[in-house]
Design a protein around this ligand. Structure first.
Ligand code: SAM
Length: 172
């Protein structure tokens, strides 16, 4: 069971990136996303995609990040915070794969210092600065070893029939 906690979202400037964090999380095998901010617009657009394209992805608006982490840990889960300052993903991913429940924390601009100590793993995806979307995507891909790439999404209203040329969708 893998979920994402998005912290530091600023409604006036992060809507697109946070929406893409949610869509990437869903498409790459996470169960849901907790948003540590109040932004119904972001929640609505992810839910809209999830309801049309199937699966059981959840989004939760306006969680308190500290409480979310505490609850996750109290239920026996582990916390992996993605940060360029952490240990190399390639050195820790096998150990994290052995955990039953993983909460993946991604930030926006600067994350609160407490997150580093509260996390079980601080994980760096390359030791270069880039983005929450790219780091999350690579982390999930390595965690699931590529198996998430061909997942089925039950109860989809629409799905893609892959084709060499053109666009083919099937609606049900
Ligand atoms: N400068 C900020 C800091 O010191 O925390 C990071 C800003 S970055 C645009 C936003 C988020 O992307 C970070 O909070 C982290 O979750 C993720 N991120 C960026 N580069 C990363 C890397 N190399 N490895 C893991 N996560 C990364």
């Amino acid at each position: 069971d893998v979920a994402v906690l998005r912290i530091g979202h600023r409604p006036e400037r992060d809507q697109r990136v946070t929406t893409h964090v949610g869509l990437a999380a869903r498409a790459l095998g996470a169960r849901g996303m907790y948003l540590a901010a109040d932004d119904h617009g972001v929640i609505a657009s992810i839910e809209d995609v999830a309801s049309r394209w199937g699966g059981d992805f959840f989004v939760e608006n306006d969680v308190k990040w500290r409480r979310c982490i505490q609850d996750w840990k109290a239920a026996g889960g582990k916390v992996a915070h993605l940060t360029m300052y952490g240990l190399r993903m390639t050195d820790v991913i096998d150990e994290i794969r052995g955990e039953e429940r993983v909460l993946v924390v991604v930030g926006a601009e600067k994350v609160p210092g407490d997150i580093y100590g509260l996390s079980d793993y601080n994980v760096s995806v390359t030791t270069q600065p880039h983005s929450e979307i790219s780091s999350l995507a690579l982390f999930l891909d390595h965690l699931f070893e590529g198996k998430e790439l061909n997942r089925e999404y039950p109860d989809a209203k629409i799905r893609i029939e892959p084709t060499k040329v053109g666009k083919k969708t099937v609606e049900q």
